[in-house]
Design a protein. Structure first.
Lengths: 275, 122
């Protein structure tokens, strides 16, 4: 049995009432949208425009990277909405100092200069270290520049690594504008080794399926961290708690395995210290 | 010739004694193994290891102290030094232990544990 549809009796509406009702409906919907937007506080996080694999644009022009995924997770833990601000380093520093962004989403080197300018969030979530990279088939042990005398070494051009390598090895050092080109030449056995930061090397090895491997560390792990504006103690503490949660709940491990194939928050070197 | 005064004799003897003490300490100084090596431990269970079954390489280097100092950031000083170190590649399941030419069982054992468990001490 189908009941007859009950049609409410239309009330007479004057033009003036209609306008008043429409205006009040419009205002109500605007207030609702505003309330929803305000219920989730947003934070502006700065990212370097071109810093693969940490933050860079994919072929569609979308900003992506390990640090993007990490910041999305940190914001989810903190219950805030992430607003990406991609810029160059100089602009990011300026915007952080001026309060236009809340923090920088790429971990910065905790150098004395940077410590004077920013406050750093602890703990750090990725261990960065200069390492040698060799061909899969190469079982020689290169642990120092002395071991590389007479060998062809690839480095990133115009860096401290290039200066040091040139000082020790002279003309056998080949400097590249893009480190991925050095790794491709290593894969083609045109070089004996490449010196590069472990995570950057691991990313290109994974991305391009190169027949090369990260071998011995050449320096100690570099202290890094997220930078917030000087004196922003509350933000620093909130971020620190969120990083601890992310390390503890396994979410960093998952992000890390997606980009590098292993958990990058764990140490890569150990020692026995005697005194 | 004038005989040395009592005060200068005491001073000379004191400095000789101090010199002997410094020489003895320098000559006989043996670095004590880290505290973590002096206790028994239960190895981590297979699923909790950093690399469950690592492929291990052992390198004995003339520059062992210096290399370990360089990659760990712990300096070699007259009173402390890294006696051995290890580095590992989790993705490739490989680990390398480095010691100087002269080493001890505990240092090799310590680094071997790193190869399985990753970081296990400060």
């Amino acid at each position: 049995m189908i009941d007859r549809e009950i049609v409410p009796r239309a009330l007479p509406v004057t033009r003036r009432t209609w306008i008043a009702q429409a205006a009040s409906a419009l205002w109500a919907s605007f207030s609702f949208v505003q309330a929803v937007a305000q219920s989730t506080e947003s934070v502006s996080v700065g990212f370097l425009n071109h810093y693969p694999p940490f933050s860079f644009r994919d072929p569609d022009g979308t900003l992506t990277g390990f640090d993007l995924d990490v910041m999305q997770r940190l914001c989810a833990i903190m219950g805030v909405r992430l607003v990406q601000v991609p810029e160059g380093m100089a602009t990011l520093s300026q915007k952080l100092r001026g309060g236009q962004i809340d923090w920088i989403g790429n971990q910065l080197l905790a150098t004395p200069e940077n410590r004077r300018e920013f406050d750093f969030v602890r703990p750090s979530y990725a261990s960065i270290q200069l390492t040698s990279v060799q061909h899969e088939d190469d079982n020689r042990d290169f642990l120092s520049l002395d071991d590389l005398v007479g060998k062809k070494l690839g480095v990133l051009a115009q860096t401290g690594v290039e200066d040091q390598a040139r000082g020790a090895l002279g003309k056998s050092v080949v400097a590249y504008a893009r480190i991925e080109d050095a790794l491709k030449d290593l894969a083609a056995k045109k070089l004996d080794a490449v010196l590069e930061e472990n995570l950057i090397a691991e990313y290109y090895i994974e991305r391009d399926a190169l027949p090369v491997k990260v071998t011995a560390p050449f320096a100690s792990p570099v202290p890094v961290g997220l930078a917030v504006r000087k004196g922003q103690r509350e933000m620093q503490a909130k971020l620190s708690e969120a990083v601890k949660t992310m390390l503890k709940d396994g979410s960093l491990k998952a992000i890390s395995e997606k980009w590098f194939g292993y958990d990058v928050s764990r140490a890569r070197v150990g020692h026995a210290l005697s005194s | 010739m004038r005989a040395p005064s009592k005060r200068s004799t005491v001073r000379t003897l004191a400095s000789m004694a101090l010199g002997c003490l410094v020489m003895a300490l320098t000559a006989c100084q043996t670095f004590q193994p880290p505290a973590v090596d002096q206790v028994r431990f239960t190895p981590a269970a297979l699923p909790k290891r950093n690399i469950p079954e690592p492929k291990i390489k052992y390198l004995v280097r003339q520059d062992g102290y210096e290399y370990c100092a360089r990659i760990t950031g712990i300096p070699v000083t007259p009173t402390s030094r890294p006696m051995a170190c290890a580095f590992w590649n989790t993705r490739r399941k490989e680990c390398t232990i480095v010691t100087p030419v002269e080493t001890g069982y505990n240092y090799l054992g310590h680094e071997l544990r790193h190869c399985f468990e990753g970081g296990f001490h400060d």
